[in-house]
Design a protein around this ligand. Structure first.
Ligand code: CAA
Length: 283
């Protein structure tokens, strides 16, 4: 099937990044958010990043114009009525995602593929609330989306081969490297990343080492671009806790128990970069 028109739902960091890469790849994209202010912020972030790419001579002014002209913004989900693909990147709540997918099922054309950028919720369960479960799939981008090469493509139990192939081809068109993953808790990325972050938090909690030293070990010793605690702040400590809970519930294995220090930080509202304080201070 050919995919020409795309809607991205949710204008946060992930949604705006996803819309940007589609626009840069020459697709017509509608960025949607029900909150007009969030939508404005998402669009201005994209414009800023495109301008920076021109300044750094990574993109010509005309390429920037072209990408920008491919973008539209809307607060109305019903504008997905002419889209071939919709990617949902709203908050990680099954109730909200269920509502979004049920609405999309009603308003999008019959052939449209409905994808979720969820980092942890079961795609199989999301697919089951629609009347087109074979056209539902996970398309998990990494943050920052314009920089990171990976797209984890998650097959729900119901996903058809045709849907999988269309999304694989689209991911390559975006300049990304797709990896096929089956629908189990944490997929591959977060099943491996989050226990590492959680263990880094345990090493601080148990007094083995300091925040800075844990990060230095992983940066200089393992060549990670960011230490696990800096990365946890960047992802959001609430998100890290949520994903650990998904792993813990999903596998019922104590090796996934969230560190009490992580719970305490989240309770304090120390959520990382976005709240001004996490393992580091950003004020
Ligand atoms: N949006 C867009 N571009 C960004 C960006 C952002 N938020 N942050 C940095 N960049 C770009 C910069 O513009 C720069 O681009 P150019 O090379 O074209 O100039 C490039 O990234 C490098 O940036 P910097 O030189 O400023 O900084 P850096 O070298 O320290 O790289 C980084 C920044 C790419 C974020 C790097 O630190 C990194 O790779 N960190 C790890 C990121 C990671 O692990 N992401 C996965 C998170 S997990 C996830 O997303 C899944 C989940 O479900 C939780």
């Amino acid at each position: 099937m050919s995919i020409n028109k795309v809607m991205v739902i949710g204008a946060g960091q992930m949604g705006a990044g996803i819309a940007q890469v589609f626009a840069q790849a020459g697709l017509h994209v509608k960025l949607n958010d029900m909150n007009g202010e969030a939508l404005k912020k998402g669009m201005s972030g994209i414009e800023k990043r495109l301008n920076r790419a021109v300044e750094k001579e990574k993109m010509s002014a005309s390429e920037k114009e072209e990408a920008w002209n491919n973008l539209e913004s809307t607060t109305d989900l019903r504008e997905a009525s002419d889209c071939d693909l919709v990617i949902e990147a709203v908050v990680e709540s099954m109730d909200i995602k269920t509502q979004v997918f049920q609405t999309l099922d009603e308003v999008t054309p019959e052939h449209a593929i409905l994808a979720s950028n969820t980092s942890s919720l079961p795609i199989t369960e999301i697919a089951a609330v629609t009347k087109r479960p074979s056209q539902v799939i996970g398309m998990h981008f990494m943050n920052p989306v314009p920089v990171m090469k990976l797209v984890e493509i998650i097959r729900a139990l119901q996903t058809s081969e045709e849907t999988y192939e269309a999304i694989e081809e689209m991911s390559k068109k975006l300049g990304k490297t797709p990896v096929e993953v089956n629908d189990y808790p944490g997929f591959v990325s977060n099943r491996i990343l989050m226990p590492m972050i959680n263990e880094a938090i345990y090493t601080v909690y148990e007094g083995v080492s300091s925040v800075e030293d844990v990060d230095t070990v992983m940066k200089l010793g393992m060549n990670h671009p960011m230490g696990p605690l800096q990365l946890a702040d960047f992802i959001g400590l609430d998100t890290c806790l949520y994903i650990m809970e998904v792993l813990h519930d999903g596998f019922g294995d104590s090796k996934y128990r969230p560190c009490p220090l992580l719970r305490q930080y989240v309770k304090a509202g120390w959520l990382g970069k976005k709240s001004g304080r996490g393992f580091y201070s950003y004020e």
